[in-house]
Write a protein that binds this ligand. Structure first.
Ligand code: MTE
Ligand code: MO
Length: 333
């Protein structure tokens, strides 16, 4: 989009104001508005990552009657499934939070949905997967993407081939007609537009692993302050802070806040999560001690007692770490 004269003037006007106003600091230029804290992310607000050139085709029209999915490799009975075969199998529902490995502290590339699908374990049992020799299960997709999960993980009850998302047919962007949902593992392992499942006797290196990214993909502990927003001005002393925390493969036991640059921590209240596989919502009623700018940080502790690390790691190769913090400006205390 070309920068209009008007747009340019507005931008430079803002910058001048930030420097010229007494007491105005630059942080306010990076203000982030408060976010909604929800149990379920509506499908049209759910983040999406489609990075293959060909992904684009599959976010558009796909004739489901033409689609099929092959289950092959170290199995007794190779199987070709059509859309109807999928729908005819026993299904189950499960609330799961999906999170991209590119999510930074405080980031937004995660969402929670109620998924309906079939059990991968039962499918692998029905085709007679060779439990003695199988090491990985490979998923190949219509856009050329491919990744694997360990066979032992594939045989757990929570791994599903999903075709409904929040009660709707899986939206095209999210992998219609069928995608993998594997709780606790980053988005990269949740292959969309599946056309082929292969039981494999070796250690498979998928699309991102060939580029140096993790083959494990276990989600790191994450927490976020949704409200107030960063650099939001708050009226009065009593304030409600609210946000989410997500433990990946573990549930969250505790969420803590710090108001003194991470020296001491206080516990927030947790709402009950929708399932062991989703984020939890936390709330904290704060009595601001004085007017002015306050720094607030959040961290979470999982069911095993593991404390979210403050150490900053970039997303590559195994997912980011670090804490989310905000600055709030309290008026009228
Ligand atoms: N076939 C295919 N599967 C894929 C991808 C893709 O580009 N193609 N992106 C992956 C990544 S990086 C993420 S984070 C999730 C995103 O799923 P969503 O778009 O439904 O949120 O899908 C994963 N599965
Ligand atoms: Mo991702």
């Amino acid at each position: 989009m070309p920068v209009s004269r008007r747009g340019f003037l507005t931008l430079s006007g803002l910058a001048t104001a930030a420097f010229a106003l007494p007491g105005c600091d630059l942080g306010s230029m990076f203000a982030v508005p408060p976010r909604d804290t929800v149990y379920f992310t509506p499908n049209d607000k759910f983040y999406t990552v489609n990075f293959m050139d060909a992904s684009y085709n599959f976010t558009r029209d796909l004739d489901v009657e033409q689609w099929n999915m092959v289950v092959k490799g170290a199995v007794q009975n190779r199987l070709v499934m059509k859309w109807r075969d999928l729908l005819n199998r026993e299904s189950f529902d499960q609330a799961v939070t999906l999170m991209c490995i590119d999510t930074l502290p405080g980031g937004t590339s995660l969402g929670t949905a109620m998924w309906r699908g079939i059990s991968l374990k039962k499918l692998l049992q029905d085709v007679g997967a060779d439990e003695e020799t199988a090491r990985d299960v490979i998923f190949r997709a219509a856009d050329g993407y491919h990744d694997s999960i360990p066979f032992s993980r594939a045989m757990e009850d929570d791994v599903m081939l999903a075709y409904l998302m929040n009660g709707e047919k899986l939206p095209k962007d999210h992998g219609f007609p069928v995608r993998l949902v594997v709780p606790g593992l980053y988005g990269i392992k949740n292959v969309k537009w599946i056309t082929e499942i292969e039981v494999y006797n070796g250690d498979y290196q998928g699309y991102w692993q060939q580029k140096g990214w993790t083959d494990d993909g276990t989600i790191h502990i994450f927490s976020r302050i949704d409200s107030p927003g960063h650099y939001q001005a708050l009226q009065g002393q009593s304030q409600r802070l609210r946000g989410i925390a997500f433990g990946g493969p573990e549930t969250i036991r505790e969420v803590q806040l710090s108001f003194d640059k991470e020296k001491t921590w206080v516990s927030a209240d947790l709402e009950a999560p929708l399932s062991p596989y989703t984020w939890v919502i936390w709330n904290y009623d704060w009595a601001a001690p004085k007017a002015g700018k306050h720094y607030v940080a959040v961290r979470a502790i999982d069911a095993k007692g593991k404390v979210q690390t403050a150490e900053i790691a970039r997303p590559q190769p195994a997912g980011a770490t670090g804490l989310h913090s905000i600055v709030v400006d309290v008026l009228n205390v």
